[in-house]
Design a protein around this ligand. Structure first.
Ligand code: S3P
Length: 171
């Protein structure tokens, strides 16, 4: 099986969908943000605060190199900016989880852990800036994606089913 690389904006539900796919298929799963936090032994928020965004992006590149060389049969969920790594297409089939900006923010705000979910994301602190980032990235996400799953108002389970169905022809 080729790897599946889940991309999409912060808070769209990449982690939740990845967990459902892993539960309902034979894919193993890893998350690029979790890997970076383990490698650095600290949270993403602290990396942004103490080392800056450029340092974080360099770590994403290191992770991308390792994924390309060493990982197979795996569903890889990524941070919202990971799609910028140059070798992303060599890592696996790219699946975009897509949703309008307002629906993403609504989804986060309705979560029982909403405050924590917002706080841990440095690039979601200012919603005006986040919307600009979304508008800039969305066409780039769409251009890169082999498969698009619209996740708006769907459960993670339903999204995982749709993803697995659509991904079959890429395996
Ligand atoms: C980022 C998204 C975050 C995390 C970091 C930067 C981005 O991951 O990688 O805060 O640039 O969009 P999520 O997409 O899981 O929030």
């Amino acid at each position: 099986m080729k790897n599946i690389v889940l991309i999409g904006f912060m808070g769209v539900g990449k982690g939740s969908v990845a967990r459902e796919v892993a539960t309902n298929s034979k894919y193993m799963t890893v998350d690029t943000d979790d890997m970076i936090e383990s490698m650095q032994n600290t949270k993403i928020k602290n990396i942004f605060e103490s080392e800056g965004e450029a340092y974080f992006r360099a770590l994403e590149k290191d992770v991308a190199q390792w994924l390309e060389k060493s990982v197979k049969n795996t569903l890889i969920s990524t941070g919202g900016g990971f799609y910028k790594v140059k070798n992303i297409k060599k890592i696996g089939t790219i699946v975009l989880l897509d949703s309008p900006f307002d629906a993403i923010i609504k989804r986060i705000k309705e979560h029982p852990n909403a405050e924590k979910k917002l706080k841990k994301r440095p690039l979601l602190q200012d919603l005006k800036e986040a919307k600009k980032l979304y508008d800039m990235r969305r066409p780039e996400y769409l251009a890169l994606a082999d498969i698009v799953v619209d996740v708006t108002d769907k459960s993670a389970f339903d999204c995982s089913k749709e993803l697995l169905k659509k991904v079959k022809k890429y395996v």
